[in-house]
Design a protein around this ligand. Structure first.
Ligand code: B12
Ligand code: SF4
Ligand code: SF4
Length: 371
């Protein structure tokens, strides 16, 4: 086994990676132009960091001029069963599969560093590791390395793992022979495009993040545009619809990494319990989870939108309580939830009972809009 790629593949498998492949990090590509188009069209919403890092993000060598090879790794996090039927329980929240265990950034980063140390020792070259948060376009690199292809839903999927694959990248200044790129195998399928509850795809292979529930539940800080609130249904953190319907998943095997396995609290948690979380309880419940990053107020906002969609009259008391919350974001979402759960008369009575005596313009607008 004198090919360094084979040795590294064995080491990567020992670290729990499902796949490890190699691509040129220096050859030109069109991905940077497409990213520029995405940002120019405003499709990144308020992820301002995409705009400020645009130039460095456009190509691996724009970020690190010495980069020659990308070692691209995938870690399977597939669920044991189709998760979408869980959403039929409207009094429970839906947390997307990727966020049900420990934070994948933490799980993957340590292992990438271990592998990168081995690359540096074996090849005597400089290395840098990346998972998700750095200004590097991971999906086109993964396609170039042959891990899979970017499907019509824009995620990287593979014939072996379907959609459920986290990506991580090691860039190195060493020249390593690249693997063959993967071709696109979507064919005439459009299952992901039609499954999207918010119509977030302006066309195949393109996403408008502003319409995506993953963006709205996780990245968007303020109250949502009203049109998306009913469409989120029970989804309170991320969204899996376009991934879960992909026919290539039938070849995938469930995830094997213990730290990524779903915690009990992340499958069909009761909305009532989640709405009762204060900041310390939220942090304790989601310790080591990626959910912790969005903070209690944004999370409870999402829970209240789901409560508004639940049709569960027992949750009226829960939402009413939160109209007095310290956070205007939470108060506004509570008003919207009540406007959905109560009939017009009961909602008007509530408004007149003094709950609308508000200093926050955003919350007042919620009362007015819903009235
Ligand atoms: C920003 C971001 C988001 C944004 C925007 C998503 C997006 N599709 O761009 C939001 C918040 C919406 C998001 C959501 C999710 N994300 Co995210 N996200 C990222 C991040 C940080 C950057 C992605 C990026 O550069 N987007 C910008 C656009 C322009 O890039 P793009 O999709 O590659 O665009 C290509 C296509 O549009 C195509 N294209 C454009 N026009 C045309 C026209 C034609 C004809 C063709 C052929 C192609 C084409 O070319 C572009 C360049 O390759 C990456 C991590 C990273 N550093 O790369 C993770 C990452 C993509 N996310 C990930 C995950 C898991 C998710 C979610 C599944 C989480 C969830 N369950 O809620 C969802 C999936 C939603 C979806 N359908 O994409 C994983 C995906 C793993 C994989 N197997 O692909 C990544 C790689 C993180 C990781 N390290 O594992 N994410
Ligand atoms: S994650 Fe959900 S909202 Fe976003 S594109 Fe996929 S199906 Fe649509
Ligand atoms: S659902 Fe169909 S179109 Fe979408 S990524 Fe999978 S194969 Fe491609």
């Amino acid at each position: 086994m004198s090919d360094p790629r084979d040795i590294l593949r064995v080491q990567a498998a020992g670290l729990g990676f499902s796949v490890c492949r190699f691509a040129s990090a220096s050859e030109p590509w069109t991905a940077g132009e497409r990213l520029a188009h995405f940002v120019a069209a405003g499709r990144h919403g308020d992820m301002g960091w995409m705009e400020t890092t645009l130039e460095r993000r456009a190509h691996p060598t724009a970020m690190w001029p010495d980069a020659r090879t990308a070692i691209v790794l995938g870690m399977n996090y597939g669920p044991d069963a189709d998760p979408l039927p869980e959403m039929s329980d409207r009094s429970a929240g839906y947390i997307s599969v990727y966020a049900r265990g420990d934070d994948y950034h933490e799980v993957i980063k340590g292992r990438l560093k271990t592998l990168a140390g081995q690359v540096a020792a074996r090849l005597g070259a400089e290395v840098k590791v990346f998972v998700d948060t750095a200004p590097l376009m991971e999906k086109p690199l993964a396609q170039r390395a042959g891990l899979g292809w970017q499907g019509k839903h824009t995620n990287l999927l593979s014939r072996e793992h379907g959609n459920w694959l986290f990506l991580g990248v090691i860039l190195t200044a060493a020249e390593i022979e690249p693997d063959a790129a993967e071709a696109e195998h979507c064919g005439s399928c459009t299952a992901c495009l039609t499954a999207c509850p918010t119509n977030a795809f302006p066309g195949p292979f393109q996403l408008d993040a502003r319409r995506c529930l993953s963006y709205l539940t996780i990245e968007h800080a303020g109250p949502w545009p009203v049109e998306f609130r009913a469409l989120t249904g029970a989804r309170i953190y991320g969204c899996d619809d376009c991934l879960a319907v992909c026919p290539w998943n039938k070849f995938a095997q469930g995830g094997r990494e213990a730290r990524l396995a779903a915690r009990e609290a992340s499958i069909s948690p009761r909305l009532e319990d989640l709405a009762a979380l204060d900041d310390p309880a939220f942090r304790a419940l989601f310790s080591k989870s990626p959910i912790k990053r969005i903070g209690r107020d944004r999370f409870v906002r999402n829970v209240l939108y789901a409560i508004g969609n639940s049709g569960d009259a027992a949750l009226v008391a829960v939402a009413s309580r939160l109209t007095a919350d310290a956070s205007p974001l939470v108060r506004g979402a509570a008003v919207w939830a009540l406007s959905r759960l109560l009939d017009e008369r009961a909602f008007a009575d509530l408004r007149l009972s003094g709950q609308a005596g508000e200093a926050d313009a955003g919350v007042l607008a919620e009362w007015a809009r819903a009235a």
